[in-house]
Design a protein around this ligand. Structure first.
Ligand SMILES: [Mn+2]
Length: 312
């Protein structure tokens, strides 16, 4: 039995159909199935941005229900749950600020006439594990940090977003907030001595996203983000305690999240990112065809260019 790991879809269902077809899945009455019994593993972020968010969920959900797929939670599923859940103080766990309302609009609009479907979808999101940890391979949306996983597993005895964890992870400053941020959004480090850069939206940033593999080098070496801002990142050495790098001897881990571009290749010999920006013009939807090999192979990435047709 083999596994096809599939990157962030962000509501781009036409691209998902194209990729599943290229991988040899066929649409049947119980969703997409593979005649060699391959299993699809989704790395999260089914939603946000694209015009077919509900259709994307329907495709993935039917595959999971039929036993033909598994899916971990992405930061956008987490955000959707928090946005749609009211805390004991009567306020939503994720603030309904103007910015957040704008971000969630496309998702919520797809359920405009179906509050039951909306509630049921959020309930399904809560059934998605935060990570998958098998002896030879692992899946998490953004960053495998063993300390954070051990903390969550130890405190909640679970790899799922329990109601209690959802509340504490939605409260800035808690240990749970940090753990979920790390696993679902990756690691961030404040820049030294007042340095800053501008992100792709032109927002001034004093905190940078860092890689969590390879050698610890300077801030500039460890920076992850738009390439044209790299020159603004200081060349001071990163303090060793700021980062724990993923050991090369650890199992292969599959992730999404990073909006990469260019041809897909492993980030490290045991780390494959499958997010190649399908929600952006010129992006691709990427899979990795995994058959239990001990080291990732460039030729096992399979991708389709973004299907550019517009929803009418
Ligand atoms: Mn993401």
């Amino acid at each position: 039995m083999g596994f096809d790991l599939i990157g962030d879809i962000h509501g781009e269902a036409p691209s998902l159909r194209a990729l599943l077809t290229k991988l040899g899945y066929q649409e049947t009455s119980c969703g997409f199935t593979h005649d060699e019994n391959r299993i699809a593993i989704f790395v999260g972020d089914l939603v946000d941005r694209g015009s077919w968010q509900r259709e994307t969920i329907d495709i993935v959900r039917s595959m999971v229900a039929a036993g033909n797929a598994r899916c971990v939670m992405g930061n956008h599923e987490f955000n959707a749950i928090a946005f749609g859940t009211t805390g004991t103080n009567g306020k939503p766990l994720r603030e309904h600020s103007e910015k957040n309302m704008r971000q969630h609009k496309a998702f919520i609009d797809e359920f405009a006439d179906d509050p039951t479907g909306y509630a049921e979808t959020l309930a399904w999101f809560k059934t998605l594990p935060l990570w998958i940890d098998l002896p030879d391979w692992r899946v998490v949306h953004a960053c495998w940090d063993q300390r954070e996983i051990d903390f969550l597993q130890g405190r909640y005895s679970s790899q799922y977003l329990t109601d209690e964890l959802l509340v504490s992870a939605s409260t800035t400053g808690t240990r749970e907030f940090r753990a979920i941020e790390t696993l679902l959004k990756g690691k961030e480090t404040p820049l030294p001595h007042g340095a800053f850069y501008h992100d792709k939206e032109g927002t001034r940033r004093t905190v940078m996203r860092t890689r969590w593999w390879g050698e610890i080098g300077t801030y500039r070496d460890c920076y992850m983000g738009p390439e044209d801002a790299r020159k603004d990142i200081p060349t001071d050495p990163m303090p060793a305690e700021a980062l724990v790098m993923y050991p090369e001897s650890d199992p292969i881990v599959f992730i999404g999240h990073y909006w990469l571009d260019g041809p897909p290749i492993p980030l490290a010999k045991n780390i494959a990112c499958l997010d190649y920006s399908v929600a952006k013009s010129g992006g691709s939807l990427v899979a990795y065809r995994f058959d239990g090999e001990k080291e990732l192979l460039n030729e096992k990435f399979i991708s389709v260019p973004r299907v550019e047709n517009q929803k009418i």
